[in-house]
Design a protein around this ligand. Structure first.
Ligand code: UT7
Length: 362
């Protein structure tokens, strides 16, 4: 049987940093509250289009694999903050990186978009339908943020990551995944005024709103991710002791600690970068994976456990066996367009509009 080896990896973080102290200048919050409840210290704010981040992450992943983009036969892009619905963002990436032989599909399952995409891409390679697939996950979530809401505005950030997967005879890549959805709680995370269910004639249409039941999401995240981890380990006949590294969705450090405890994995084996980037939704896992490899946390043949959770409420876990190579074959010189603003300067007009809107809609 064919497997789907991860041969390239790349990430793209926009340069503008929004610290907890920056947030406290315009919403009623503090570094102490955010750090103790979430572990987040800062996050990035995108100054360009989402596709710009996706293109840079893709080019870095392709360079790491030393793959000619013309050899790609499929691009799967997990995101809910696409440049546009039509054309889809995977098509924009396909054109920009010169991958004209690749079919291009956007996947919207929110935070789980990358792992869902890796599962789909891997199984298409296993079935013989595709050979070389680019899987991207990322988000420009600041674009849709309600900057008057302290309970959600402090949690998220912008980022994108990507991997190249290629058909291989070796038993490597995503060995198994278990994905699912608790749709009975679908409105525990909801972005309103975005989509065809919302009237374009309404004055509110321009203001995306958030319904967010943090405590419900927290409980369900720990429960479903830990169950999915146990299930996926059972599927491949591995125990937690066989796992070298856990690369989970980064939403909240407390969720990661509870997950490790429930699954029975020591915290040292859990890769954490939520303090630097916040929750970047579909971007968390590919960014963390790229960072873990580049920081030398992954060795040839390692078993990596990943778990994810997000709006829907979608969830999943996967077990990846890393291949022989932990160094990129090439380094890309792809960069985002220059940014001459601070994060607060980028956000200032949006913060002002949301504050005015909050006043008028009370
Ligand atoms: O990737 C998608 C998945 N999303 C998640 O995984 C998020 C899961 N949920 C969480 O991470 C946590 O539930 C939160 C971090 C969102 C909230 O933490 P919590 O410990 O559940 O706090 P809480 O919602 O119970 O709020 C406690 C208090 C409230 O005040 P009162 O009612 O006790 O007076 C909030 O109004 O904290 C207040 N609060 C804040 N205070 C300062 C809420 N947000 C803030 C804030 N700064 N930013």
């Amino acid at each position: 049987m064919q497997h789907a080896e991860i041969t390239g990896w790349g990430k793209c973080l926009p340069p503008a940093v929004l610290s907890n102290a920056d947030l406290a200048t315009f919403i009623d919050t503090s570094d102490e509250w955010i750090t103790s409840r979430t572990g987040i210290k800062e996050r990035r704010i995108c100054h360009c289009n989402f596709s710009d981040m996706a293109i840079v992450a893709a080019q870095r992943a392709l360079a790491a694999a030393d793959l000619d983009p013309l050899e790609l036969d499929l691009i799967l892009l997990g995101s809910l903050t696409n440049d546009s619905l039509c054309p889809n963002t995977a098509s924009i990436v396909q054109d920009a990186i010169g991958a004209r032989n690749a079919a291009s599909i956007d996947i919207n399952s929110a935070c789980t978009g990358f792992l869902y995409g890796l599962h789909i891409g891997t199984n298409l390679i296993r079935a013989g339908a595709h050979k070389k697939v680019l899987v991207i996950g990322g988000e420009f979530i600041s674009h849709y943020m309600d900057w008057s809401r302290r309970d959600v505005a402090v949690l998220f950030g912008d980022a994108c990551g990507a991997v190249v997967i290629e058909a291989s005879d070796d038993e490597v890549g995503l060995l198994a995944a278990k994905i699912g959805c608790e749709a009975d709680a679908k409105y525990a995370i909801q972005i309103t005024n975005l989509g065809s269910a919302y009237s374009r004639l309404s004055d509110d249409f321009l203001y995306t709103g958030w319904n967010f039941d943090g405590q419900e999401v927290f409980k369900r995240a720990v429960k479903s991710m830990s169950q999915a981890c146990t299930d996926v380990l059972d599927q491949v006949g591995l125990s937690v002791d066989d796992v070298h590294l856990v690369v989970p969705h980064q939403a909240n450090k407390r969720i990661l600690d509870s997950l490790a405890k429930r699954v029975g994995i020591p915290q040292e084996k859990v890769f954490v970068n939520v303090h630097k980037y916040g929750n970047t939704s579909a971007g968390t896992i590919p960014v963390a994976l790229a960072e873990a490899v580049d920081e030398g946390r992954v060795n040839p043949g390692d078993y990596i456990l990943s778990a994810t959770f997000g709006a829907g409420l979608t969830w999943g876990a996967g077990i990846i066996r890393w291949g022989n190579r932990v160094k990129p074959l090439r380094i890309s010189d792809a960069e985002l367009p220059p940014c001459d603003k601070t994060a607060l300067e980028i956000l200032e007009p949006h913060i002002r509009r949301y504050k005015e809107h909050a006043k008028t809609s009370v």
